[in-house]
Design a protein around this ligand. Structure first.
Ligand SMILES: *Cc1c(COP(=O)(O)O)cnc(C)c1O
Length: 233
């Protein structure tokens, strides 16, 4: 089977999973955006996905992402939203604002400042989601602690060229993904009570997207279920 056919079949399977999960809780499948995480895969796969109608692609490393996006022509990128979902260092965050439309992994004030400066320098507007650390005990995966979430939300709301769009999380290892996503939905509500426009919840990956959609996810981030197992770099 050609790579395009393989991607098409996997995409169809994932779209069916999304639709099934949404309908099972009475949600419109159209409320859930599929962000295909293309990290470690070549730009040709990104092109194939765009040809198949994918409108949201995500990357998690600045260098890899900026190279791949530079390889796409403006015409190829037209209508595609680029999400950055990886951990950021403050010295890289400004650079991400050169090409990302959405940065989902903002987890501290230093990153907000660096992104805002980069967005101003590149004259671009960038949507922001706040990555929440749902278990507070796994610092390697990033995320703002729940106690600091509202302060961080305010700093994004106050920044020029950044728009606060919502929250993002990765389910803690071990434990029930549904419980984690229920907690995230609660936190999303807390943020939205202060910032009504911040109505997005990015949760769920290949293994747990159903649980995320049941708990209100508006964005799922799916890599391996569409692209296959990631090659090691
Ligand atoms: C890689 C990645 C994903 C996709 O993971 P899969 O299990 O391959 O679907 C989702 N979110 C983030 C933050 C990632 O880095």
């Amino acid at each position: 089977m050609s790579r395009s056919a393989e991607l098409r079949d996997n995409l169809t399977t994932v779209q069916r999973r999304i639709a099934g999960a949404a309908r099972s809780v009475g949600r419109d499948p159209g409320e859930v955006d599929l962000v295909v995480i293309t990290k470690y895969f070549p730009v040709d796969d990104v092109r194939r996905l765009i040809d198949l109608g994918v409108q949201h692609v995500g990357e998690n490393k600045d260098q890899e992402a900026s190279q791949k996006l530079a390889d796409l022509s403006a015409a190829e990128r037209e209508g595609v939203r680029v999400h950055f979902v990886g951990q950021l260092q403050s010295n890289k965050a400004g650079h991400v604002s050169a090409y990302a439309d959405v940065v989902q992994s903002v987890d501290r004030a230093k990153i907000v400042n660096a992104l805002a400066k980069g967005a101003a320098r590149h004259e671009r507007d960038v949507d922001v989601m706040l990555q929440v650390d749902l278990d507070g005990s796994d610092p390697g995966r990033g995320g703002v602690l729940v106690d600091d979430l509202l302060d961080l939300a305010q700093s994004v709301a106050d920044a020029d060229r950044l728009t606060l769009r919502g929250v993002m999380a990765v389910a803690p290892r071990g434990g029930d993904a549904g419980d984690a996503f229920a907690r995230l939905a609660e936190l999303a509500g807390t943020v939205q009570a202060v910032h009504p426009g911040a109505d997005c919840i990015s949760a769920g990956m290949s293994a747990d997207l159903e649980a995320a959609i049941e708990h209100g996810a508006t964005h799922v981030r799916v890599g391996s279920a569409i692209l296959g197992p990631r090659p090691s770099l």
